[in-house]
Design a protein around this ligand. Structure first.
Ligand SMILES: Nc1ncnc2c1ncn2[C@@H]1O[C@H](COP(=O)(O)OP(=O)(O)O)[C@@H](O)[C@H]1O
Ligand SMILES: [Mg+2]
Length: 593
């Protein structure tokens, strides 16, 4: 018996439609992309019941003449692509010519359009595959598409739609993305009677972020940019010490197209290792431009995925953009309350006399921070932690001495800097190791008598999972049967007798991390293990070297684990506390009070 037959056109259309149109947000996305491709400056999206009853998208773009309006519903009809070569350089958001065909196949659709050539506009009404009517209408230049009763002819699909309010979520997220990508375009999203998004046109991304997310977020963002090999990245991302506790505000765009991309996410994460406090994630709005030939957007009908020809380049661009942004420390300055504000520093200045009696020398807050067990991490913006900005303005702080064999005290431009010697050295080494690792230049040394290590079962698991990474950084370890391992080579950064302990320490920590930041974490741990310890006396020469190197790093304010490195005691606080005028202190011996 013959079993194979060709599907009817109608069934085939519905199957194809299902690839492009999954839920209301996919319809909105395709229609808004068409508006932008048509050069619109005003895009308005209206929904009823999360788009299940109605999705209406209207623009003031180029519009279509009658002939094009009739043609645009045919599958593979597009004005954006003609030859196969065009596929190699896709500059428009759409190009597959299947969105309108697909949407029309699974809804009741009304198109209104006018191309500005004459006053006569066209209205086309369709129901699924059926053309219902073509009518002359009066209509301004532009296009409006109304999509009613999505999946009315595909009940199986309709059942998978969620409640109206749940369908609204992704739509507003998408319109947000579109609005971020095109600040010069007015975007409006209306749900029922409620205006969900209203963004008048603005000049810059920063203004657009302000419109959507508000002032607080904008203040926490720095400009980032980098360029390399025909690629370019720019945008806004969290300042050092800012960020948030979740990853919900990370927007990526590739050649103007919003994308969700694992490589970009991983690169961002890595770029912020050591710039944010532990447990904080960056906010980011990153726009990557690549030559059209170097990125493939034609991976999936919904076009939300991209493929990069050179993923390493993408990684480097993100790392450099963020790293350089963070290093231009001045950007952090505004987030810190100035002395005299209601911040702790301000209060100290006012209560000046009260604390001199404590006899701790550096003011109460600084002293508290010296105390063992004191919270090592102040809230971001707390004035007592110097940021890169503060630190950088100090022209080569001069080392004054060591305090408690833990802290280096130095004279900065506007006050005293108290530098945690261990954290500072950790930061210096971390950046060195990162460089060595990037160049794959780990110095290796053979152990003449390889120590035999008996690993715990969990250490064995951790080692197996990270064997390649250990090998990369210079640890050559050989399995000797059972849980015995011989350490044959180690990175030549410390004494041979430390090698086994450091290896075991790394092993213990390596297990706890996700794959993407494991490498970074390994370098940070290695830096921690090889840095000078708290309690170690240092020569003035060594301290001078350390301070100098610290200020050459990209982030002198935070160690790679996100702990602060420097506390600054502002001169104005010292002056006030001792009853001296701030400006022009005269050489008196006793201040009149
Ligand atoms: N809002 C619009 N304004 C002007 N032309 C449009 C609009 N929407 C669709 N079109 C025309 O209809 C064609 C088909 O649209 P679509 O099915 O989305 O395919 P694609 O966008 O991939 O070309 C487009 O190439 C464009 O010429
Ligand atoms: Mg399209």
């Amino acid at each position: 018996m013959k079993k194979i037959h060709l599907l009817s056109e109608e069934v085939a259309q519905k199957i194809a439609a299902g690839e492009v149109v999954e839920r209301p947000v996919s319809v909105v996305k395709e229609l808004v992309e068409n508006c932008l491709d048509a050069g619109a400056t005003d895009v308005r999206v209206e929904l009823l019941d999360g788009g299940k009853r109605l999705i209406k998208v209207q623009d003031d773009g180029s519009g279509m003449d009658r002939e094009d309006a009739a043609l645009c519903f045919r599958r593979h009809s597009t004005s954006k692509l003609a030859t196969e070569e065009d596929l190699e350089r896709i500059a428009t958001l759409g190009f597959r010519g299947e969105a309108l065909a697909s949407i029309a196949a699974v809804s009741r659709l009304t198109l209104r359009t006018q191309d500005g050539a004459d006053d006569r506009g066209t209205m086309i009404e369709r129901e699924g595959e059926r053309l219902v009517a073509v009518t002359d209408i009066a209509f301004p230049r532009g296009t409006s598409v109304e999509v009613r009763d999505l999946f009315f002819n595909l009940p199986a699909r309709q059942k998978f739609l969620r409640s109206g309010s749940s369908e609204l979520g992704p739509v507003s997220k998408y319109v947000t993305q579109a609005a971020l990508a095109a600040p010069g375009v007015r975007f409006t999203l209306v749900h029922g009677a409620r205006e969900v998004i209203a963004c008048p046109p603005v000049m810059t991304l920063r203004e657009r972020v302000f419109q959507i997310f508000g002032k607080k977020m904008v203040d926490g963002l720095m400009d980032v940019a980098a360029e390399e090999g025909g690629g370019r990245i720019e945008g806004l991302a969290s300042r050092p010490l800012a960020g948030r506790s979740d990853k919900t505000v990370q927007y990526f765009f590739v050649n103007g197209r919003p994308v969700k991309d694992r490589i970009l996410m991983a690169a961002l994460n890595q770029a912020y290792a050591g710039i944010l406090e532990r447990g904080r994630s960056p906010e980011a709005f990153l726009f990557l431009s690549l030559p059209y030939a170097d990125v493939d957007v034609n991976v999936h009908p919904a076009k939300a995925e991209v493929r990069f020809k050179d993923t390493q380049l993408v990684f480097r661009l993100v790392l450099r953009a963020v790293g350089e942004g963070a290093a231009r420390g001045h950007t952090i300055k505004e987030v810190l309350p100035a002395v005299g504000d209601k911040g702790p520093a301000g209060r100290v200045a006012e209560e000046g006399a009260a604390w001199t009696s404590r006899g701790l020398g550096f003011g109460p807050i600084a002293a508290d921070r010296f105390a063992p067990g004191a919270g090592a991490r102040p809230a971001p913006g707390t004035d007592w932690t110097a940021t890169s900005a503060d630190v950088r303005t100090a022209k080569g702080p001069a080392v004054l001495g060591q305090y408690e064999n833990m802290y280096i005290v130095a004279a900065g431009e506007d006050g005293l800097l108290v530098i945690d010697q261990h954290n500072a050295h950790e930061r210096v080494l971390f950046e060195k190791y990162r460089e060595i690792d990037r160049e794959r230049l780990w110095p290796r040394k053979t152990l003449l008598i390889p120590p035999l290590l008996e690993l715990s079962p969990s250490a064995v698991v951790s080692f197996e999972a990270n064997a390649a990474l250990f090998e990369d950084v210079g640890f050559r370890v050989e399995a000797m049967g059972g849980r015995s391992y011989a350490l044959k080579e180690y990175p030549d950064l410390f004494k041979p007798e430390q090698a086994a302990d450091i290896f075991l320490g790394l092993l213990e920590e390596a297990g706890q991390k996700t794959a993407e930041d494991r490498r970074e974490h390994m370098l940070a741990t290695l830096a921690c293990k090889t840095a000078v310890k708290a309690g170690e006396p240092l020569t003035r020469e060594k301290m001078g070297y350390l301070v100098e190197e610290l200020f050459k790093t990209s982030q002198p304010a935070l160690c790679p684990h996100g702990r602060p490195i420097v506390v600054r005691v502002e001169k104005s606080v010292i002056d006030k506390g001792l009853g001296r005028r701030q400006e022009g202190v005269k050489p008196t011996f006793c201040s009149k009070r």
